[in-house]
Design a binder for this molecule. Structure first.
Ligand SMILES: C=C1C[C@]23C[C@@]1(O)CC[C@H]2[C@@]12CC[C@H](O)[C@@](C)(C(=O)O1)[C@H]2[C@@H]3C(=O)O
Ligand SMILES: O=C(O)CCC(=O)C(=O)O
Ligand SMILES: [Fe+2]
Length: 338
């Protein structure tokens, strides 16, 4: 896959946020755990990685490279279109094409993106402007093939979590995101090279996507070979995630934290812009049906023990999330106070 030749968004249209470099002394970070889901001990390895980091990568996942490359190529050709053509599919509110603005509440980043509803009912999402998103049928087909494959990865991860935590049945979690009414979302992000970085001191960085946690159960992320993704360790230090085009990165989301009563915690992550190379990432957010109750699985509560969070439905949580800023702690208002 060649490097994208895409004109970056105009510098004066984005409020650039400088974020500190990843904290010094990441020497005690052993690196992102890699899990082969069909290997022996996979369930225990998944739970261990989720408990320690809320993050790991899946290797040997069985998703054909052809499926991934096809979506990456179609996304590249979408983002390479003239701005006016892309704008027909926007603005993202929340679905559709977005540029530099993230969400509805003033967050910005050095990126453009497509945000698509990909639940089982939805053949093609419709943007606020009323046009189908994505507008090309080749892109739509690539999305549908890709989502079919990564939905399977998300389900296998959640089965491993249930097995590793001793929760029955095996599909107690995966079933929540596989039903016909589940609320899956695909996000394709394009971070153009940021020339401003070449004029800034090395200690500065430009925010591609500001720090946040993902609200769903898990997110399955694949990127091209351009670095930029960072994650916050439990002690607050930021570490870079070396890109791996052949792997899927799994991110624990807020809803899985609640379902496991805080045993697995969602992880803050962010993306910093790159001065020279474009980054393209494709993230499948595994969300349940709007009516799905999000409350600790009974096996994970002691006799008479109350959950750390008040229970809610996914629909309620999503509504609250869309009223929040990217960096907010969205679970905090749901925490049960003593
Ligand atoms: C600022 C926002 C963007 C976001 C909705 C929100 O109000 C807060 C959560 C954000 C987030 C983060 C993970 C995913 O990228 C996303 C699609 C999601 O479900 O929650 C985004 C939302 C978005 O970009 O619309
Ligand atoms: O683009 C990336 O690598 C991560 C983006 C992200 O965290 C998100 O879209 O929620
Ligand atoms: Fe995210």
């Amino acid at each position: 896959m060649g490097v994208l030749a895409i004109k970056p968004p105009a510098l004066d249209q984005i409020s650039l946020v400088r974020s500190a470099e990843p904290g010094g002394g990441s020497s005690s970070f052993p690196g992102v755990p890699a899990v082969d889901l069909s290997g022996p001990g996979a369930a225990a390895a998944v739970v261990d990685a989720c408990e320690r980091f809320g993050f790991f990568k899946v290797v040997n996942h069985g998703v054909p490279a052809r499926v991934v490359d096809r979506l990456e190529a179609e996304a590249a050709s979408f983002f390479a279109r003239p701005q006016a053509e892309k704008d027909v599919s926007g603005p993202a509110d929340p679905l559709g094409y977005g540029s530099k603005r993230i969400g509805r509440n003033g967050d910005t980043g050095w990126l453009e993106y497509l945000l698509l509803a990909v639940d089982h009912h939805q053949a093609a999402a419709v943007s606020k402007a009323g046009s189908p998103v994505p507008s090309s049928s080749l892109l739509r087909e690539a999305v549908s093939e890709y989502v079919g494959a990564v939905r399977g990865v998300a389900a296998r991860v959640l089965e491993a979590v249930a097995e590793g935590l001793g929760v029955a049945p095996r599909d107690a979690l995966s079933g929540m995101v596989s039903g016909a009414a589940s609320d899956g979302v695909l996000r394709v992000n394009h971070y153009p090279p940021c020339p401003l970085l070449q004029r800034l001191p090395d200690s500065c960085s430009v925010t591609g996507f500001g720090e946040h946690t993902d609200p769903q159960l898990v997110s399955v992320l694949r990127s091209n070979g351009t670095p930029g993704l960072q994650l916050a360790l439990r002690d607050g230090r930021w570490v870079p995630v070396p890109p791996d085009r052949d792997a899927f990165f799994v991110i624990v989301g807020d809803s899985l934290e609640v379902l496991t009563n805080g045993r697995l915690k969602s992880v803050r992550h962010r993306v910093v812009a790159n001065s020279l190379k474009p980054r393209v990432s494709m993230i499948y957010f595994a969300g349940p049906a709007p009516e799905q109750r999000i409350a600790p699985l009974p096996e994970l509560l002691g006799h008479g023990e109350q959950g750390v969070y008040r229970e809610f439905t996914w629909g309620d949580y999503k509504k609250a999330a869309y009223r929040s800023r990217l960096g907010d702690n969205r679970l905090d208002p749901f925490r049960r106070r003593a």
